[in-house]
Design a protein around this ligand. Structure first.
Ligand code: SF4
Ligand code: SF4
Length: 600
């Protein structure tokens, strides 16, 4: 039987980083991975990663896998066995795996299990119909095999995976009808949510899927609102025409091999379900067995890589007495920093149940916004959530972005220092940075947005300016397009100055006229027709079309209507009458008025 110093089961981010670290400390290591190539979940991730530059921030997931793979190939201490399915761990650290239809046995001084996690299921009526997929399966088909399983998607779950999947599907040219989320808030990063919202994908909070519709395969879905006990509210059901439903309601660690190796396992929901008990340095209750990545807690690939490194450093100490104490302490500090933000509250409390306390190094700082410099091309940072990322600060060649020593702090721009180079727009993994310059003499603004879709627009092209929610706001004219090798391009377009804080995406005009007033379903074409017939008074346009007269009372569309009127008549918005505001300013049920009120 072959004897190795270290065996790593699973060649994802944690396993790869573990192998590189062991190899660098002269430990003879083998990675066993059941796929035809290593990389794990990284190979299907086309988005750029958050974090800091030391941990591949601003690099796309599949590119991180390539970089790690290159290091592994170069390292003569590391051997990789692909298509190797581990079926069991037996006494004396014996690992049994199947390859090419044959059973193989190896022994190791130390074992690192980095088997990751599997997707949680969601039971609903007809969930076994063809066309219902796990989000990971859709990513595998689309990004690894180039197969698109559907044309119209409904996504269940608004964690980072669901949000990223929605964005990737739109990049691939298919329609995402909605993301349904049972909780009252989005689960993933706000910047990921904003990316899909401005592409027109609604995120329906406090909703769930009731059933899939179809005989042979998915033809639609029924969704409904739910109450605070997660029960569907009768009468709120509605049908959606979709051909694919992607479930993204979380992951749960794959603990079987750890259990076979004699590691104690406990149910800690904050960490994803059943997890092996381990110490701060990733050693389980079996002193020869270590874990890392999603098997230890469901988190991001970045923390998985750091855990893989910590486990490997501790293993190297055991195996050949490497002096790794300082390196371990440095990695533990980094890991604590990554977990010190509000998005990691659950992870911190789960780890505490295991006796691992995360000491928060420095409190994140909500950086105070400095005064803006109007009329100069500069970056506009729209990233107000504390997430572990400082890519923008690291990318700016002029030191114009400040985050500080805690990478969970929010970024702030020093507009005086900003030269308008656009480097940070290209680097930001959240696509949360825009470029802006007011052209005062023309009452227009030039807005630059990060653009990762195809086809790319060209100078002089007319496009639609869409709001943060993906609604039509105004027509825009493309001024220039800056292409970048990493495919995060910047499209600059001119638009009316009134919409400088509203427009956050440019889209090619569609054949059908865009809806301006969603409450009353009034289209741009209807409004323009009324204006073309000679009606230029806002109140009259309201009466003739019912625009702004729905439940939102014009909060969403009034300025857009005034913008259309201004464009058609040449009268600036500031000179137009904007109508009368009448009570009630919020929708009220008639029964309230029927009851009468008291006068105080
Ligand atoms: S646009 Fe250039 S100078 Fe301005 S903040 Fe971004 S990277 Fe720095
Ligand atoms: S704005 Fe900065 S901190 Fe926020 S996601 Fe972009 S790069 Fe990261």
């Amino acid at each position: 039987m072959n004897l190795y110093q270290a065996v790593i089961i699973g060649g994802g981010p944690a396993g790869m980083m573990g192998a590189i670290t062991l190899g660098n400390h002269s430990v003879k290591t083998i990675i066993l991975d059941e796929n035809e190539s290593i990389g794990g979940q990284l190979v299907k991730q086309t988005h750029k990663f958050f974090g800091d530059h030391a941990h591949y921030a601003s690099t796309r997931g599949f590119e991180i896998a390539q970089k790690l793979d290159e290091e592994i190939v170069k390292n003569e201490n590391i051997e990789v066995e692909n298509d190797a399915t581990v079926i069991g761990i037996y006494p004396n650290n014996t690992v049994v795996y199947i390859k090419d239809g044959q059973e193989h046995k190896i022994q190791a001084k130390k074992i690192l299990i980095a088997t990751g996690a599997m997707e949680k299921q969601l039971p609903f009526i007809n969930s076994d119909l063809p066309g219902v997929y796990g989000a990971g399966a859709v990513q595998t088909l689309m990004n690894e095999y180039g197969i698109m399983p559907g044309k119209r998607f409904l996504i269940i779950g608004s964690g980072n995976i669901g949000l990223i999947l929605a964005y990737q599907l739109i990049q691939a040219g298919v329609e995402v009808r909605a993301i349904v989320e049972a909780l009252g808030k989005v689960g993933g990063y706000e910047v990921h949510a904003n990316k899909v919202k401005r592409l027109g994908v609604p995120i329906l909070l406090n909703h769930t899927i009731v059933r899939a519709i179809g005989d042979e395969s998915v033809e639609g879905a029924v969704i409904a609102k739910i109450d605070d006990k997660f029960q569907t509210i009768p009468g709120t059901e509605r049908e959606m025409v979709v051909d694919t439903i992607a479930i993204s309601v979380g992951l749960t660690p794959l603990t079987e091999l750890a259990e076979q190796a004699g590691c104690k396992v406990e149910f800690i929901p904050e960490l994803g379900g059943y997890v092996p008990i381990r110490d701060e340095r990733m050693r389980t209750t079996n002193p020869d067995v270590f874990i890392a990545g999603d098997l230890s807690s469901i988190e991001e690939a970045t923390t998985a890589m750091i855990e893989g490194k910590i486990a490997a450093l501790e293993m190297a100490r055991d195996i050949n007495g490497s002096d790794t104490k300082e390196e371990i302490e440095e990695e533990l500090r980094t890991l604590a920093l990554f977990r010190s933000g509000p998005k990691s509250v659950k992870i911190r409390s789960g780890l505490e149940k295991m006796g691992i306390k995360i000491s928060i190094p420095t409190k994140p700082i909500i950086n105070e916004k400095k005064e803006d410099v109007i009329g100069k091309l500069r970056a506009v940072l729209e990233c107000d959530e504390e997430i572990p990322c400082n890519s923008c600060e690291a990318s700016c060649p002029f030191g114009a972005i400040h985050i500080g020593e805690n990478l969970n702090s929010t970024p702030v721009l020093d507009a005086e220092k900003c030269t308008g180079c656009g480097t940070c727009v290209n680097a930001c993994p959240g696509l949360a940075i825009f470029m802006m310059k007011e052209n005062e003499e023309e009452s227009t603004v030039t807005l630059g947005i990060p653009y990762e879709l195809l086809p790319l627009s060209e100078k002089g092209q007319k496009m639609w300016g869409l709001s943060k929610e993906g609604n039509y706001v105004c027509d825009v004219t493309v001024e220039r397009v800056i292409k970048y090798p990493n495919k995060t391009n910047i499209v600059y377009a001119k638009l009316p100055i009134e919409f400088k804080d509203t427009v956050r995406h440019f889209a090619f005009p569609k054949k059908e006229s865009p809806i301006v007033c969603r409450c009353e379903e009034v289209s741009l074409e209807q409004i323009e027709k009324v204006i073309d017939s000679g009606v230029t008074d806002f109140e009259e346009i309201k009466r003739l079309t019912r625009v702004t007269m729905g439940p939102c009372g014009g909060k969403n569309c009034k300025l857009v209507v005034l913008g259309i009127l201004s464009r058609k008549t040449g009268v600036p918005i500031s000179k137009l009458s904007h109508g009368t505001s009448r009570p009630p300013v919020k929708p009220v049920e008639f029964s309230v008025f029927k009851k009468g009120g008291d006068e105080r």
